[in-house]
Design a protein around this ligand. Sequence first.
Ligand SMILES: Cc1cc2nc3c(=O)[nH]c(=O)nc-3n(C[C@H](O)[C@H](O)[C@H](O)COP(=O)(O)O)c2cc1C
Length: 485
Amino acid sequence: MIQNDRAFIQSDLRAFIQAVDQGNQLAVVNGAHWDKEMGAVTEVLYRQKVEKSPMLLFDDVPGYPHGYRCLYGMFGSPLRLALAFGMDPGKSDNRLEMLDHFRNVIKKGFKQIPPKEVQGGPVLENILRDDQVDLLKFPVPIHHELDGGRYIGTACGVVTKDPDTGRVNIGTYRVEVVGRDTCTSYISNGKQGRIQRDKYLKAGKPCPVVVIIGCDPITYLAAGYTMADKIPELDWCGGLMDRPQEVIRGELTGLPFPARSEIVLEGEIMPDETAMEGPFGEWHGYYAGEARPEPVIRVKRIYHRNDPILTCAASQKPPHAHLFERCFLRSAALMDSLEGAGIPDVVGAWTHQAGSGRTFVAVSIKQRYHGHSTQVGLVASQVNPVGYVGRWIVVVDDDIDPTDLNDVIWAMGTRCDPKSRTTLLDNCWSSRLDTLVTDYGKLTNSRMVIDACKPYERYDEFPKVAQTSKELAAEVRAKYPQLFR
Ligand SMILES: Cc1cc2nc3c(=O)[nH]c(=O)nc-3n(C[C@H](O)[C@H](O)[C@H](O)COP(=O)(O)O)c2cc1C
């Protein structure tokens, strides 16, 4: 029985872990090594069980004290994501319902609530200053075999402040350990943290920074969620949690971090010092080149709880342990974009794990007019989040579940004539990370829109589907409950 108390679950990482445990989705693994073993256990298990895989809490890591733990797969299942967002966990087997709920929470009466500063909190249980700083005090993992080093930040939040506007940003950007008190972070072009960082570095000044590793589920999800530039993540979190996030300000930088965080690093990104960063497995399941120089972060303070939990998210060939939440959030964003474009009767959308959460997306619609499905496919191919590095866009009818690949492929095989109902687009927005882009002076790709809806002119005459009706299915389920349990 899960104690579905939203305020409690959203209060910190440990409360969230407790709720996941009550939902029988937590496994504690003792003795796995930080050197590739934790990453491999997570990957092999997730590949086998996918969304049925538990969240993994590694303890007794060789060379580290009992209680210094690493956590993988925080939101790797619908139930875990439902718990984090305060949704009914009983409804977590219907992803479209979950999407509706999430989108309604975000829209309805959602008001940003600024954080509240507090003077103390569990994260101050241990403070390491200057010479005491040692990043490898924690069981920092090498996640996969070809990674360039130990990554202390993967499921983390990097906090920076715009020197002009004062806006505080939190983004999930990976952080690699370089030495006892130095690390680097890879922040790609255009990200808010990069824009803010570069303003300091271009002026020859160090950029104050805080890295949060392990915090309440909402702050972590906000860090990895692309929201409008003007919305401060902590205020968004407050809105979602219906209360101000309680934050402490770093001794040196004054930057805020949640008082109940697990581990927090505080320091400066240096304007004149770089170190090699990477390689690291990327979101699409490949390595994207060799190590490259990135600005060094000099860490001057570490704040951490007793028995700290280091949160981890290592991308790799899908499916993997932190892709479900990205697929979910991007699917919600796609539905918002289509609705925002004024398109009626979009019933559902899903960006699939098999497409790394970007390259294969299905949208279901209730067809209303000739050309409706073409309109949906073409618009979906260009708007956030598919507009960037999208590849395959499939439009299906509302009797097809867009989250179910079997359903989608069946529709493609029986309702789409490839010669007349597919559209090829060229010169679309892509990235250096796109495995098929070779011209780095022109980062574009092509993509295909597949109209797998019944032809509208034959909609009513289209062959009937050979499938048990909902009513009869409900009857037999009720009659033979043991069989269907
Ligand atoms: C687990 C995870 C790891 C990520 N790693 C990186 C990274 O290393 N570098 C990067 O630029 N973006 C990374 N991202 C994407 C950014 O966090 C995401 O685009 C976010 O919206 C950035 O925040 P911003 O919009 O405030 O810049 C990652 C996202 C997640 C969820």
